[in-house]
Write a protein that binds this ligand. Sequence first.
Ligand code: PEP
Ligand code: MG
Length: 593
Amino acid sequence: MTEKTAEVPGELVLQGIGVSPGVAVGEVVVFAAEGIPIPERPITEKDVPVEITRFEEALIKTRHQISEIQRRVSAVLGEEHASIFDAHLLVVDDRYFVEEVIRELHEKHRNIEAVVGSVAERYMEMLGKVEDDYLRERTADVRDVTRRVIENLSGETMDRMGQLERPCIAVARDFSPSDTAGMNRNIVHAFVTDIGSVTSHTAIMARALEVPAVVGLHDISTRVTSGETVLVDGTKGMVIIRPTSERLLAYAKKAEDQKMILCELETLKDKPSETKDGYCMPIAANIELPMEVEGIGRFGARGVGLFRTEFLFLDKDHLPDEEEQTTVYSDVADQCAPDPVVIRTLDLGGDKFASTLKTASELNPFLGQRAIRFCLAHPDFFKVQLRALLRAAAGRSISIMYPMISCVTEVIQANGILEECRKELKKEGAPYAEKLRVGAMIEVPSAALTVDLIAPHVDFFSIGTNDLIQYTLAVDRVNENVAYLYKPTHVSILKLIQQVVQTAHDSRIPVAVCGQMAASPEMVPLLIGLGVDELSISPPSVPMIKDVVRSLRYTECARLAEGALQARTPDDILEECCALLAKRAPEILELIG
Ligand code: PEP
Ligand code: MG
């Protein structure tokens, strides 16, 4: 982050990474890094029995909650996973812990929440120091259980966002997937974080919610205090603390100009997405939440090219079962009909973890048991989703695709499990899709380079550039410290896309691009020139990208791509792309600043 000297005294201008466009002004609410704050107050000896009763009740409630989670996990994932919660139950039942809390309650005369918090802290400190790996790992269990007990004591819930009552700008070190999934955009007008990048889950959700957002500001959560006024410019990635009235006036004027451009773009809604010389580039929508489907027609997208289903799992206190999933997928497809819907199988891991799924902690989660790897390692869990997809696809235009494929074997294995599900449903006499289009996401260089081997097993490819860039350039996509190296125009990326498109087309298989690159106006001419067949992007970006497509000629895009494949640096290529955009669609440059 570069900090500019304020042009006008009194305000502070911070530069981060703009991940969701738009401007918002409002009062800040700063969220603490770890869950809910622990209330603290003195008590008298007379209050002690009341506090003990509250403690006992909270322990009983916590025990029930954990047993319920365990039951659901066991039903969906099997005993082996559910047994991880045994460790949580052991913490609740630990006599030493309970006695220590009661002893300290008498001694320190502070409310029970504060005492539980301090005893747990000591416990965790002790466990953190022991040599034994197993015992050390129990620190996380103690933390989880303590959080739950304190929430039950103070009547708070894990739903931090649900507690907000007045419109605000939410600021935090980062937001968890359940925070973002629980955000109400009428209350949270923008959000701002210390960490993250353009493709982190927080950014993806901000775009889904159409809420301006800036991430990667390093320490903003410690530099502003709740109640201060902040201006968030999600388009430019700027956050202005205590903006002056001149600044606010200038923004209001700019907002008016942009509104006019957006109104113009709205008229493109029903126009075809094709270049001036007739190259068709259909634009589908990326969605994370079923509720987004309602908006996709409004923005002029045709169907859904990527439904990130893991978000269904992230804000829940239970794992959605087969019935629940079948209903969600069917509803989304019904709302889109007759346009098709591509549903991605679970992409858990990386920076997306379900609180109800206790996955092993890994040193490099993006290189670990993520996405298809997790699903193949837990076939019973995977089958719940595949069965739901097969059932929803009966009589509906639904395709599925597997994320993070790194070799053909994974596709063959996943197809094998899909076939098993088909057989089961047939035996049960349940309606299901006999034929289901299956795609592979190309997001790992090893898959991009072996598209010829994967092609016989799939019906389409979709390039996930967010991951393809991170895995090709060895740049963690959520690490703001290396964000400067995250270059979609690196020639290696363009070569991989070209190779995928050519090889897939040799097998008559279409290729879509569903990463953020497809939603960047200056990248669109390149993707057209490289021969991509479809783009899938967040719905609010559709009018802008359609405008770009319609302002171009395929021939000039092909020339641009040809030149780019020979170029030396990512910046040279980007410059050429921007120059073409400035010539053909200057209104878009005005919009994106
Ligand atoms: C991608 O990697 O480009 C992609 C679309 O998937 P996600 O961002 O969900 O990893
Ligand atoms: Mg991906």
